[in-house]
Design a protein around this ligand. Sequence first.
Ligand code: ADE
Ligand code: ZN
Length: 336
Amino acid sequence: MTPFFQQLPKAELHLHIEGTLEPDFLLEKAKKHHIPLPFHSIEEIQNAYNFSNLQSFLNIYYQGMAVLKDEDDFSELAWRYFQKAHMQGVLHAEIFFDPQAHIERGISIATVMDGLCRAVERAKKELQLSIFLIPCFLRHLSEDSALDTFSQCLKFKKMITGFGLDSSEVGNPPSKFQKVFTQAKLQGFRITAHAGEEGPPSFIEDALNLLQAERIDHGVRCLEDEKITKRLVRKKIPLTVCPLSNLKLRVVNKLQEHPLRKMLDCGIIASINSDDPAYFGGYIADNFEACSIALNLTKNEAILAARNSFIGSFLDANSKAAYLQKLELYCSKNPG
Ligand code: ADE
Ligand code: ZN
C-alpha cells in the first residue's frame, strides 16, 4: 500500500459494521456460540464470497452476522474495525448498522448499542477517532417494522446521529419509507439513504424528495440522468461512493469503468468508502489505492475525494474546518 494513501487524512462515511466481519472472526464467534456454518476454513469462506449481484451478497451477509450474539461480540467487531480504520488514515467515521437484522434473531437493541458504544468510547480515548452511529432500516422489510425499530432506537437517541436505508434496492423504492423518515427528521436526526446502487436514478430523486435525505449512499447511477446530476452538483449533495463494492457486486464490470472520476470531474461531492470491506477485498485506503491505479486518479483527485469525505460528513462546521486544515497540512508536507 502506498503510504500516501494510507496516511491521507480522511473520513469514512459508508461502512456497515456487520460488513467488517472477517472470516477468522466469523469462525471464532461460530465456535464460541456453537453455531454450525456451511464453511470450515478461512479459504472456504473466501471462496464463497463470489457475488453475482447485491442480493447474492446480502444472503451471505445476513447469514454471517448470525454469529454476533452478545455485547462483547458487537464491541470486539467494532473495535477491530476502528483499529483498521485508524491504521488507514481515518480520523472520523460514520458507521451504519442494521438493528432489524439483530432484533429479528432475538438480539435486543440494547445488546447491539451497548456493545458498539463500548468500542466507540475506547476508540475515542485510545485512537482519538471521532465516530457517529447511524442505524439503517432494511428496505426489504415493511415500514411498520422500520417504525417499530425507530421507536426502539429512541431510547438511545443521544448516541445516534442519523438514520439510513439499506438492503435490497430493486423493488423497494424510497416511497415505502416516507413515514418513518418524516418522523426521524422531526426528531432532529440526520438522514442518508442508499439509492442508485442497483436501483434507477429516479430512486436518488425520491430519496431526496420523499425521505429528505441530505446525502446519498452509492448514487453511482446518477450520471445516467443529467437532471439529477445537475441537482446533486447545484445543491451540493454528497455521494458516498464505494468502488470495490461496486466491482464485487457487479454494478460495474471493471474498476476501469467506474464513474468515480467523472463524478469528481463534474463537481459532485463524491467520497471514497469501503461499504463491507471484509466481503469486498479492501478497507478505505485499499479503495483509494485501487482507484488510483484503475482510474489513473491523480494525487489531487485523491485529495479531492478525501476533502469531500469531511465536507460530506455530518460533523458541525467547526469540526469540518479543523479536519480540512489537517488534510491540507498533510498535503503540504507530502507534495506530489
Ligand atoms: N447492506 C450492506 N451493504 C449494502 C449495500 N452495498 N447495499 C445495500 N445494502 C447493504
Ligand atoms: Zn452500503
